[in-house]
Design a protein around this ligand. Structure first.
Ligand code: HEC
Ligand code: HEC
Length: 304
C-alpha cells in the first residue's frame, strides 16, 4: 500500500470492506422483517414434483445469532489486525514482523549448535561431520542456485571445488567473498588493442598461455598487445586475486574457451557479481559456509 502516492486506494479498500459488512447487516435486517403471507397450513403455496411443498418457517435463531456474531467478529478483527487499507491494526501485527520473530527464534535455537564451531578455524571445521552437514544444507539453500548443487558452477558462475580462485582461496578471502560479495569487472578493451584482427591475434596468444590449441603465428603477432591486459592479468597472465582477474594460463575458463569467446571478452568486457550474504546469513552461518567451501578443494586439518 505504501507504494501509492495518495491514499485513495487505501480509502477505497477500507470502504469496500466496511460496505461489505454493512451490506450483510442490511440483508439480515431486511429478510428478518419481510413476512411472506402464509396459508393456513404454513406453506408458501409453492409445489414441485406434484407434492413437494415449501414450508414457511423462520430462520433458526441460533443461525441468525451466528451471523450476527460473525459480523461482530469481523469488526473486532479489523480493529485489531491490518485489513482496512493502510490502517495497521491495534495489535501492530504484520507478516513481516511475524517472519522476523520466527527467524529470531530459529537463530536463538541454533545458537548453541553454532557455538561449538565458533572457536574452530576453518581448516579444522572442514573435518567436523556435523559442521559440514550444516554447511552442505546452507549451501543447497543459498548458493546452489548459482554455483550448482555440486558447487562446480557453470558458465559465468565459478567452480568452487577446483582449487582455482578469482578472489583467493584462503579461508579469510573466502569469508570476505561470502560476507561482502564480489564484483569482477573487466572493461571492454577492443579500443586499447587495435583492429578486429589484432583482437583475434591476441585471443590466439591468450590461448597459447594455457597451452591450448592455437595458431602460433597469430599468437606471436598478438603477444605485444597483451601489454594492455597486464595491469590486471599480470605480465605473465597469471591473474590477480586483488582485482578478481582470473589466471589465463590454467586452461580453466569462466566465460568460455576458444578464439570467439576470448575475443568477445576483449570486445565487450564483463561485469560479474557475487551478491553479499552478510544481511542474509548470520556470522556463524558464514563461518560454517567458509569452511564448507574451503573443504571442497582442501584436505581438513585435524585438531591438535
Ligand atoms: C546470484 C548468484 C550467486 C549466488 C546466490 C551465490 N553466488 Fe557466489 N558467486 C557468484 C558469481 C557470479 C561469482 C563470480 C564473481 C566474479 O566473477 O568475480 C561468485 C563467486 C563466489 C566465490 C569466489 C570464487 C573465486 O573463484 O574466488 C565464492 C567463494 C562464492 N561465490 C561462494 C558463494 C557462497 C558460499 C554462496 C552462498 C552463500 C554463494 N556464493 C552464492 C554468484 C552467486
Ligand atoms: C581492469 C582489469 C582488466 C583488464 C585491463 C583486462 N581484464 Fe580480462 N578480466 C578482468 C576480470 C576482473 C575478469 C573476470 C570477470 C569476471 O569476474 O567474470 C576478466 C576476465 C577475462 C577473461 C575470461 C577468463 C575466463 O576464465 O573465462 C579473459 C579471456 C580475459 N579477461 C582476457 C583479457 C584480455 C585479453 C585483456 C587485454 C586486452 C584483458 N582481459 C584485460 C579484468 C581485466
Amino acid at each position: 500500500m505504501s507504494d501509492f502516492t495518495s491514499n485513495f486506494w487505501s480509502v477505497y479498500v477500507a470502504g469496500l470492506a466496511l460496505a461489505g459488512i454493512l451490506g450483510c447487516l442490511i440483508l439480515l435486517w431486511v429478510t428478518a422483517r419481510k413476512k411472506v403471507a402464509a396459508s393456513s397450513d404454513n406453506t408458501t403455496g409453492h409445489v414441485w414434483d406434484e407434492d413437494l411443498r415449501e414450508m414457511n418457517n423462520p430462520m433458526p435463531r441460533w443461525w441468525m445469532w451466528m451471523f450476527v456474531l460473525s459480523i461482530i467478529f469481523s469488526l473486532l478483527y479489523l480493529v485489531a489486525y491490518p485489513g482496512l487499507g493502510t490502517y495497521a491494526g491495534q495489535l501492530g501485527w504484520s507478516t513481516r514482523g511475524e517472519y522476523e520473530a520466527e527467524m529470531a527464534q530459529a537463530r536463538r535455537e541454533l545458537e548453541p549448535l553454532y557455538a561449538r564451531f565458533a572457536a574452530m578455524p576453518a581448516p579444522q571445521m572442514a573435518g567436523d561431520a556435523q559442521a559440514m552437514a550444516i554447511g552442505e544444507r546452507l549451501f543447497m539453500n543459498n548458493c546452489a542456485q548459482c554455483h550448482g548443487s555440486d558447487a562446480r558452477g557453470s558458465k559465468g558462475f565459478p567452480n568452487l571445488a577446483d582449487g582455482d580462485w578469482l578472489h583467493g582461496g584462503a579461508p579469510e578471502q573466502i569469508h570476505e567473498t561470502i560476507m561482502q560479495g564480489r564484483t569482477g569487472v573487466m572493461p571492454p578493451m577492443a579500443a586499447a588493442v587495435g583492429t578486429p584482427n589484432d583482437v583475434k591475434n591476441l585471443a590466439q596468444y591468450v590461448l597459447s598461455l594455457s597451452g591450448s590449441p592455437h595458431d602460433s603465428l597469430r599468437a606471436a603477432l598478438g603477444k605485444p598487445k597483451f601489454a594492455a591486459c597486464a595491469a590486471c592479468h599480470g605480465a605473465n597472465g597469471k591473474g590477480n586475486p586483488a582485482l578478481g582477474a582470473p589466471n589465463l594460463t590454467d586452461d580453466i575458463w569462466l566465460h568460455g574457451w576458444g578464439e570467439e569467446a576470448i575475443a568477445a571478452m576483449i570486445n565487450n568486457g564483463k561485469t560479474n557479481q557475487m551478491p553479499a550474504q552478510a544481511g542474509k546469513l548470520t556470522e556463524a552461518q558464514i563461518q560454517v559456509l567458509t569452511a564448507y567451501v574451503w573443504g571442497l578443494s582442501n584436505k581438513p586439518v585435524a585438531a591438535r
